[in-house]
Ligand binder design. Sequence first.
Ligand code: ASP
Ligand code: MG
Length: 404
Amino acid sequence: MAKIVVKFGGTSVGSVERIKSVAKILKKKFVKGDKVIAVVSAMAGKTNELIKYSEQISKNFSKRELDVLLSSGEQVTVALLAGALNELGINSKSFMSWQLPILTSGEHSNSRIINMNIDKVNKYISNKGIAIIPGFQGISETGDLTTIGRGGSDATAVAIAKIFDTDVCEIYTDVEGVYSTDPRHFPKAKKIEKISYEEMLEMSSLGAKVMQSSAVQTAMLYDLPLHVRSTFSDKEGTKIFGSESIDYNKVITGVTYSKDDAKVTLLDVEDKPGVAAEILEPLAKSSINIDMVIQNIAPDGKKTDFTFTLKRSDLNKAVKLIKTKKKFLKYKSLTSDNKVAKVSIVGAGMITTPGVTHKMFRSLAKEKINILAISTSEIKISVIINEKHTNKAVKKLHTVFNLD
Ligand code: ASP
Ligand code: MG
């Protein structure tokens, strides 16, 4: 008999029929003797729909009221799911965040769960039935409803698993787990059985969106194992743990890509202290994030080129900001490119394996793919390439690193 937290995302509860199937999954666990706490998202599309309504009312819709509005999405699903379980002959009860309460701190729409009272739920799951808790929300110290950021039900599930000290935290979703690359576009993608928190975080920040990153970070902090699996099949999904529990027989765990980057180059800037800082200062002030930076080395007293990459959506603004400093920065010309892609290989196995960078670059060269920028971390190598080569690059890397 285990105490388990199971979370179901928006597509898993996207229709009445699907809510009924989720009830069946929960019933199975309950009948087996598990003490079950379920966390649910709003029905797929609901949160977006509610946001649209608010935008139709006002461009400056009150943040407080927006949280009241958005938290209603999950209220619908907790009630329907509890009802569906009752219909199957299982006791079940929903607990809204203010009824527990789930306490949060921080601003509206971007709060963080800081504590939770677990007495009522513990009592309920110990002798009665399945407790259902809405994801994505809580209340502030002043008692106002709050939400914890898009995709926040994952974070709710992890927080609850931590606070209830459960044995398992299962994240049910619409894919079978985490894949070695995007399975929708690359049929050779393989489901990963085990992955470390660190790799998972790199994979998500590089384009593989399976779980909310901050939820994975919290799980890592508390060393809480996660199991990401599909609502629509019985198959085991992907287990996420600390890297010490993983046997690395592959150097690389996954290949990811994203097409939301852009590249900016300033030609002939002075090579002296402070120039890079001057170029990036207006961007920092406007909260524009810079990803990679490359500066060539110039012979003494000569000029050099300065390249950086950033989110494509920030490109126009960034170029405008730099141009206002042209007189001061004295660069010759500025070029930008938004038809670039970032392709990355991720794997904790690379820490102990020499030659991974070389192998990656050689493979891309064989495909005649030019590398425009590079960045690395202990468990990741990313390159910026022309967007049109993305498929070729991903396929090649997936093959040469034995992931097919
Ligand atoms: N319903 C919220 C959203 O769509 C939270 C979640 O699904 O995790 O962002
Ligand atoms: Mg979600």
